[in-house]
Every structure is written in structure tokens, then in C-alpha cells.
Design a protein around this ligand. Structure first.
Ligand code: GDP
Ligand code: IMO
Ligand code: MG
Length: 423
């Protein structure tokens, strides 16, 4: 069984936790896009693990974790994450592999990301400043470096000279930034190449062989559908395809090999960074949900904006990803609310909008149409069976399932593994 886990909102849906739960039945866990802009939290017996690049499956002995070609890898972040995990007692020895085709993040990518974010002309996107966008841009304009390119010293030197000359011109002429020395980057990255050599693999070959042998693969999406470069709230998006389709291009397996795509959505909505957010809370709920839901990102420490569950946005995710089931997380965060709203449609200039719009001006002027549901006003964090959830919580989940036209298959009521209800 090959399953893709995708974020159905703007990221931070709790994918890390759901992937961790499903890893038990998987043999391979594969990241297919994004980079160390991601922050996936897994809590095991009260201990918190935060993953940026490495699939969380690494916590389970006997599983193979792969970083696919669709991921952009910052070697500095990769090496420090390996050290962080080893420091926490996680065994990394032959169970972690990185595609030779994965593109590599360089210091000029991070600097360019930062300089663009620092511009005071109102164009900042609120990126994680990890160099993700500039690295993907170089991949597409064919001036990037893949992991295999770092390993070829002669080719790397020749090409880096040309690429760096152009980067330095841009940095100095457009941004008045002094630029980078060839020797420093070359030496540092050749050193990284030596350290990463033992992880290099042919991702597509390994996965296709595993599929032939009937192994189970779990594809770990980062970010979320509304941050997708094609289907999100462009330009307030990330630079990759978090949607289910990205799992194929990002790892080298065919769409015919995917059996199931599971969406992960919070019982409400959050977003970090700039961009339209139709169902954002007024200040009172913002404070309650932000604090109970601990809605502060681990990657950049920024507060996440919070809002009501957006059914239109989630339906968009169901459609784009072909979702057949969804995991609803953080239901416990709504425990104390008297009244809970669900957005079922939008209005724009008085007219009903039932599909998620592309136009940024329309997106920014949408008025959500809400229906109201009574809260359950009860602590559900220890509930382990669906039927033991309060009636109002079950009604709320049933309505989400109805609106999306798919099954809610998992409900999460806390960050620990045990706080999971299989429906
Ligand atoms: P991801 O990026 O999609 O993996 O999500 P993050 O890890 O960035 O954010 C989700 C946060 O919510 C993490 O701190 C999780 O530990 C936490 N979390 C996950 N599921 C639940 C849940 O059901 N209830 C509560 N209260 N917290 C949860
Ligand atoms: P996980 O995997 C939430 C957001 C950034 C910014 C936009 C572009 O933990 O769900 P980027 O650095 O990617 O160029 O920033 O995307 N963003 C995320 N938001 N969760 C994430 O990852 C995110 N990764 C990027 O905040 O708005
Ligand atoms: Mg996250």
C-alpha cells in the first residue's frame, strides 16, 4: 500500500503526528518536496521531536527514510538535524538516504531570500528565509546544483565559478550586498559532499524495487495545498508542489503506484506568513485558540494566525488531491468554545462564491458565509473511541465530512501518539 499524506490547509496541520501514527505499517517513509522550511512535530511519551528535513519515520527502528529529488536540501541543516536526532538517541545508520537528484541550497539562496523579505516596498511574503524559493528558482532556470553535482569535484568547481559570478553581480548591483568568495563556498560544499556521501541514493530505483516487492511506502508531504505553487494563494505560497501529485515528480514513482491520499486538516484553520485568510478570527478567539493550540511555529517562532474551519478551502484540497479521507487534528483545542463556526461558502461583492478563487483581489475581499455549531464544553483529550466523543463534537466532525464529501478517518485530540481516534 502506497499512501501520500498531504496538508489540506496552509501547513502545520499536524502532518508530523499523523505520519508518525501511520509509520508503524510502513517500510519506507519519503519526503517529496519542500526543504527545511517545514517543521513537523512528533511527541513520543512526552518527548518532543522537531523535524525539518528528515522524515519522522526515523524514530522507528527498521524503517528506511528517504529524502526525494523534489526536496531542496540545505546540507548545513541536514547535518545539524542528523546531530540533533543522534543527540536524542535516535539511531541513524543506513536508514537515511538522500536522492542524488535533490537540489542543494547555497548561502546565496538564503541571502537572496532574506534580502527580498527585507525590502520595504510591500512585496515581502513572510517566507521562512531558508532560501527555498531562490533554490527552486535556480532548479527551474537550470543553474542549480544537485547532490550528485557536489560529488563531482571538477564539474562542481567549473560550474560554481560561472554561477557564482552571476549571483555576485545580482547581489552587488541589485542589492548592494558584497557577495561570496568562490574558495569559501567551494571548500565548505566539498566538505558537505564528503559528509553526505554515505546518504546518497537513487530514490526512484529504490522505491520502484520496494514497490515490486510489495513493501509499504508512506509519502510525507510538507507545507499544505493552499501553499502549493500552482493551487495555493499565489504569490503567498511556497515554491514547490505539496499536493499529492508532487509525490510522483518528487520521488520518481508513477501516479499508477499511488493507492491512497490522506489529507490532514486542523479542526480550525491557521496560516503563518503573509497572504489572504478569509476565515481569520477576530481578536478574542485568536488569543484563545493561539494559546490553547500553541500556534507558534517551530521553524521561525512566529505566531500563526488562526480562524474558523474553512469548508471551501478544504473542498478545494479534496478536489486537487483526490482525497478520499481526512484526518482532523487538534479537535481538543476547541473544547472550551461556546459556539463554533464553519465556513460553507464565501460572498464576493454580494454574490455567492462556492469554489476557491485564484484572483488575489477576490481572495482578499471575500466574506465568509458561516453556519454555527454549539460547542461541547468538555475536555476530550483523553477520549480514545469515536463513540465516546461528546455528541456535539461528533456532529461537528459529521458536518465537516458532509461538506467535504469524504470520510473523517482519524481524529486527533492531543499531540501524543495515544491521543488518536481511528474512526
Ligand atoms: P505539521 O507541520 O503539519 O507537521 O504540524 P506542526 O508540527 O508544525 O504543528 C502541529 C502542532 O500541533 C505540533 O505542535 C503538534 O505537536 C501539535 N498537535 C498535533 N496534533 C494535535 C492535537 O490533536 N491536539 C493538540 N492539542 N496538538 C496537536
Ligand atoms: P510545514 O511542513 C506553514 C510558509 C511561510 C510563507 C510561505 C513561503 O511545517 O507545514 P517559504 O520559506 O516556503 O518560501 O515561505 O510558506 N510556509 C509554511 N507555513 N507550515 C510550513 O511547513 C511552511 N513552510 C513554508 O510561512 O508564508
Ligand atoms: Mg509545521
Amino acid at each position: 500500500m502506497n499512501t501520500v499524506i498531504v496538508g489540506a490547509q496552509w501547513g502545520d496541520e499536524g502532518k508530523g503526528k499523523i505520519i508518525d501514527i501511520l509509520t508503524e505499517k510502513a517500510d519506507y517513509i519519503v519526503r517529496y518536496q519542500g526543504g527545511n522550511n517545514a517543521g513537523h512535530t512528533v511527541v513520543v511519551r512526552g518527548e518532543k521531536f522537531i523535524f525539518h528535513l528528515i522524515p519522522s519515520g526515523i524514530l522507528y527502528p527498521g524503517k528506511i527514510c528517504l529524502i526525494g529529488n523534489g526536496v531542496v536540501v540545505d546540507p548545513r541543516a541536514f547535518i545539524s538535524e542528523v546531530e540533533y536526532l543522534r543527540g536524542k538517541g535516535v539511531k541513524i545508520d543506513g536508514n537515511l538516504l538522500v536522492s542524488e537528484r535533490a537540489h542543494i541550497i547555497f548561502p546565496y539562496h538564503r541571502v537572496l531570500d532574506n534580502l527580498r523579505e527585507e525590502k520595504k516596498d510591500g512585496t515581502s511574503l513572510g517566507t521562512t528565509r531558508r532560501g527555498i524559493g531562490p533554490c527552486y528558482a535556480d532548479k527551474i532556470t537550470r543553474v542549480g546544483f544537485r547532490l550528485c553535482d557536489l560529488l563531482n569535484a571538477e564539474y562542481f568547481a567549473r560550474r560554481l565559478k560561472d554561477v557564482l559570478a552571476e549571483k555576485n553581480e545580482i547581489l552587488s548591483k541589485v542589492y548592494n550586498f558584497k557577495g561570496f568568495e568562490f574558495d569559501e563556498i567551494y571548500d565548505t560544499y566539498r566538505d558537505y559532499a564528503e559528509k553526505m556521501k554515505k546518504y546518497v541514493c537513487r530514490c526512484s530505483g529504490i522505491l520502484n524495487k520496494a514497490i515490486e516487492k510489495g513493501k509499504n511506502i508512506l509519502f510525507e508531504g510538507a507545507q499544505g495545498t493552499l501553499l502549493d505553487i500552482d493551487y495555493g494563494t499565489y504569490p503567498y505560497v511556497t515554491s514547490s508542489n505539496p499536493v499529492g501529485g508532487g509525490a510522483c515528480t518528487g520521488t520518481g514513482i508513477s501516479p499508477t503506484k499511488i493507492d491512497k491520499i490522506i489529507g490532514v486538516a486542523k479542526a480550525y484553520t491557521t496560516r503563518v506568513g503573509e497572504g489572504p485568510f478569509p476565515t481569520a478570527f477576530s481578536s478574542e478567539h485568536m488569543r484563545i485558540v493561539q494559546s490553547k493550540g500553541e500556534e507558534f511555529g517551530f521553524t521561525t517562532g512566529r505566531a500563526r494566525r488562526c480562524g474558523w474551519f474553512d469548508g471551501v478551502l478544504a473542498r478545494h484540497s479534496v478536489l486537487i488531491n483526490g482525497l478520499e479521507e481526512i484526518a482532523v487534528t487538534k479537535l481538543d483545542v476547541l473544547d472550551e468554545l461556546e459556539l463554533i463556526k464553519i465556513c460553507t461558502a464565501y460572498k464576493y461583492k454580494g454574490k455567492l462564491v462556492e469554489d476557491f478563487p485564484a484572483d488575489l483581489e477576490i481572495l482578499s475581499g471575500l466574506e465568509p458565509v458561516y453556519e454555527e455549531h454549539p460547542g461541547w464544553k468538555q475536555d476530550i483529550s483523553n477520549v480514545s473511541k469515536y463513540n465516546n466523543l461528546p455528541l456535539n463534537a461528533r456532529k461537528y466532525l459529521k458536518r465537516i465530512s458532509e461538506l467535504l464529501g469524504i470520510k473523517v478517518s482519524i481524529v486527533s485530540v492531543g499531540s501524543n501518539r495515544e491521543q488518536t481516534i481511528f474512526v
